[in-house]
Design a protein around this ligand. Structure first.
Ligand SMILES: Cc1cc2nc3c(=O)[nH]c(=O)nc-3n(C[C@H](O)[C@H](O)[C@H](O)COP(=O)(O)OP(=O)(O)OC[C@H]3O[C@@H](n4cnc5c(N)ncnc54)[C@H](O)[C@@H]3O)c2cc1C
Ligand SMILES: NC(=O)c1ccc[n+]([C@@H]2O[C@H](COP(=O)([O-])OP(=O)(O)OC[C@H]3O[C@@H](n4cnc5c(N)ncnc54)[C@H](OP(=O)(O)O)[C@@H]3O)[C@@H](O)[C@H]2O)c1
Length: 278
């Protein structure tokens, strides 16, 4: 699919779709998940973990815009996104058909709570995500600043089925062989990024909801870590509203408090989408 910008651009070069960016690659992971990369506006600066509004025009040329976490780190010269495909979703029913060379709209005003500055210094960072909620952590896991600030990073990602974990799994595997991080931290890097993928509706080596694996202590036992505490552990949460609420309660049970950009504490939360689910 290609947006026909030729007529409009010729008529009003500066004003028509001023925020258009070009798709450089697309990868479909399952029938309901895909990732894609687009050109990055030269002026766009963001903190890893933030989100922007992206979209496509509807049939009348009116933009359909939705919030999307930037999945690439802030040093990357392109921008990556990881997306759901909602069958009748106004945006994603169209967005899932994009191809390299197509254009999307990207409003270059990054915002969000899942940023390193919103947390107090600590020893260990926990990224807690379900589904596409891993997107902001795909950015933060690839940002060397995360490892400058924290000795260890634990990525807990839970999906219903194993195929839905593929994007995160491949990303972590590639990171473990990343030349930049390898150069900075050497062989020791592998032990600094811990990955704990689980499923809830298909048998895999590690099963269960993040909430259950935290409260039962299973994840600490499996990773040979002490239980979370406010002195050492920091966390970022990104999933459905129900997930965020339940994880928040669990973290508060460990003595962690919710922080914000303006008031850093021990954990921060952001919704992976608005609504109850598809
Ligand atoms: C801060 C923020 C960041 C976001 N980042 C991402 C991201 O990185 N990747 C992404 O795919 N979506 C993300 N979303 C959701 C995104 O904004 C859209 O809702 C999504 O692209 C679907 O758009 P749509 O127009 O097709 O359907 P919508 O009308 O927006 O949604 C239709 C239904 O699908 C459900 N739904 C929407 N998105 C998801 C999702 N990601 N996972 C499960 N169910 C969903 C909604 O609850 C709703 O019931 C984010 C939302 C917020 C608020
Ligand atoms: N059409 C399809 O093929 C298809 C496939 C999958 C999902 N869906 C729909 O898509 C929507 C989003 O699905 P999704 O899988 O991305 O998100 P989801 O339903 O929120 O589930 C994602 C993962 O989070 C877990 N989870 C959900 N609520 C939780 C909570 N309060 N605390 C801890 N863990 C929690 C789930 O475990 P549990 O499994 O234990 O709930 C699951 O492993 C849902 O409405 C779903 O019905 C459609």
């Amino acid at each position: 699919m290609t947006l026909d910008l030729s007529v409009d651009i010729a008529a009003k070069p500066a004003k028509t779709l001023p925020d258009a960016q070009t798709v450089t690659s697309v990868r479909h992971w399952t029938d309901r998940l895909f990732s894609f990369r687009v050109t990055r506006p030269a002026s766009l600066r963001f903190r890893s973990g933030e989100f922007v509004m992206i979209g496509l025009p509807d049939d009348n040329g009116k933009p359909i815009l939705r919030a999307y976490s930037i999945a690439s780190p802030n040093w990357d010269e392109e921008l990556e996104f990881y997306s759901i495909k909602v069958p009748d979703g106004p945006l994603t029913s169209r967005l899932q058909n994009i191809q390299p060379g197509d254009q999307i709209i990207l409003r270059p005003k990054p915002v969000g709570t899942l940023v390193l500055d919103a947390l107090l210094p600590g020893k260990r960072m926990w990224f807690l995500a379900t589904g596409t909620g891993i997107a902001p952590f795909a950015s933060l896991m690839r940002d060397p600043e995360t490892y400058e600030r924290y000795e260890q990073v634990v990525m807990m990602h839970t999906c219903r089925t194993a195929d839905e974990l593929a994007y995160g799994r491949e990303l972590v595997e590639n990171l473990r062989h990343d030349p930049l991080l390898g150069e900075l931290y050497g062989e020791e890097f592998a032990s600094r990024l811990l990955y704990y993928p689980t499923t809830t509706r298909e048998e895999t080596p590690y099963m269960g909801r993040i909430t259950d694996n935290l409260t039962s202590g299973k994840v600490f036992a499996d990773l040979n870590l002490p239980p979370m505490d406010a002195a050492n552990d920091r966390a970022m949460i990104c999933g459905s509203l129900a997930f965020n609420t339940d994880v928040k309660t669990v973290l508060e049970g460990f003595g962690l408090r919710e922080g914000a950009n303006s008031d850093p504490k021990e954990f921060v939360v952001e919704k992976a989408f608005v609504g109850d689910g598809i």
